[in-house]
Design a protein around this ligand. Sequence first.
Ligand SMILES: [Zn+2]
Length: 198
Amino acid sequence: MEELVAEFAKLPGIGRKTAQRLTYFLLKQPREESARLARAVAALGERVRACSVCGDLTESDPCAICTDPRRDAGLICVVEEASDVAAIERAGEYRGRYHVLGGRLSPLDGVGPDRLNVATLLARLANGSAVREIIVATNPSVEGEATAHYVERTLRARSPEVAVTRLARGLPVGGELEYADGETIAQAFTARRQFPGA
Ligand SMILES: [Zn+2]
């Protein structure tokens, strides 16, 4: 029990008290319930991995979005984390594809450009690609903005024929895409803009 409480307490937003409540709750459930939870947790590590094309989390590689012929292959939306893909998909507005950077530039935490999945993004724009526009949808935070500008500069230097846009400012400054409602995300896509000086 102590071990499970300690594991729950490591999860984001879960303090020790909640971790204890969850553990007691599971104890009171039929055994099949906790077995199901254990299997789902184990399957996360075994079956879920990053898509080799876009970096989103998936059980099949390439992922369902990369292989869906109804999604516009000319549009790539660049996000920080896989959870941002889920948030944009919930909004239901966007019909292109994605690229997950796997983080944001943060010099204080030692996260430089080499730690982001930018090389794989450039590879997707190599000769003969159908991509016409890259929509940079990093978070409206200081690190998110710095990341957006880094991605924009890199893309412009390597693939000047591809348009690079940024989500509009409907998103709260300092907020996180993951927690924005669908309507706000949909509006930010519709009103996306050129980078200044582009
Ligand atoms: Zn993919």
